[in-house]
Design a protein around this ligand. Structure first.
Ligand code: S3P
Length: 165
């Protein structure tokens, strides 16, 4: 089976994805890391040199390359919102939305802006505004997930009810 973790930057998709994969003896794939490996470039460099639209194409292709891959897949924060990726993921696995408030997300990403091209030049006030706006735009996509889990409730057993081997 495949579980896609979706949600905004800083919601803990990679962090919890590794923990849950380890706990359930499942493979773990990080979609951004997969793109970086295939392109021999960081996500930041791809955004800078080729632009966001090109990155979204690489992202959609990387996702579809996982058709035969089982396990837990942590997606980038925008993956659910482009190229019909959300219906594709719902068709090929179970989507889990890690939901968080703008303030929770701000606290998480404030110290990690450098590796995130969309937010690296923003100060704290701009970042909060950006998160509020983008979250509003993205939530209709995120909410198409079969399962929504608020980040403050996450625990090692959170996926137990949904995993079938
Ligand atoms: C993005 C989130 C990033 C990465 C890219 C774009 C976004 O992933 O895919 O920088 O559009 O929200 P994380 O959510 O893992 O930071």
């Amino acid at each position: 089976m495949k579980i896609f973790l979706i949600g905004f930057m800083g919601s803990g998709k990679t962090h919890w994805g590794r923990i849950w994969a380890d706990h359930h003896g499942m493979a773990f794939t990080d979609l951004d890391a997969l793109i970086e490996q295939a392109q021999h470039q960081t996500i930041s460099a791809i955004f800078e040199e080729k632009g966001e639209a090109h990155f979204r194409e690489l992202e959609a292709a990387a996702l579809r390359s996982l058709t035969d891959t089982a396990g837990i897949i942590a997606c980038g924060g925008g993956a659910a919102c482009f190229h019909n990726n959300m219906p594709w993921m719902n068709e090929h696995g179970i989507c889990v939305y890690l939901s968080a408030s703008p303030q929770q997300l701000l606290d998480q990403v404030m110290g990690e802006r450098e590796q995130r091209p969309l937010i690296k030049k923003l100060n704290k006030a701009e970042l909060l505004f950006f998160i509020e706006q983008k979250l509003k735009e993205r939530e209709p996509f995120y909410k198409q997930a079969e399962i929504s889990l608020p980040i403050e409730s996450l625990a090692i057993q959170s996926l137990e009810a949904y995993i079938t081997h």
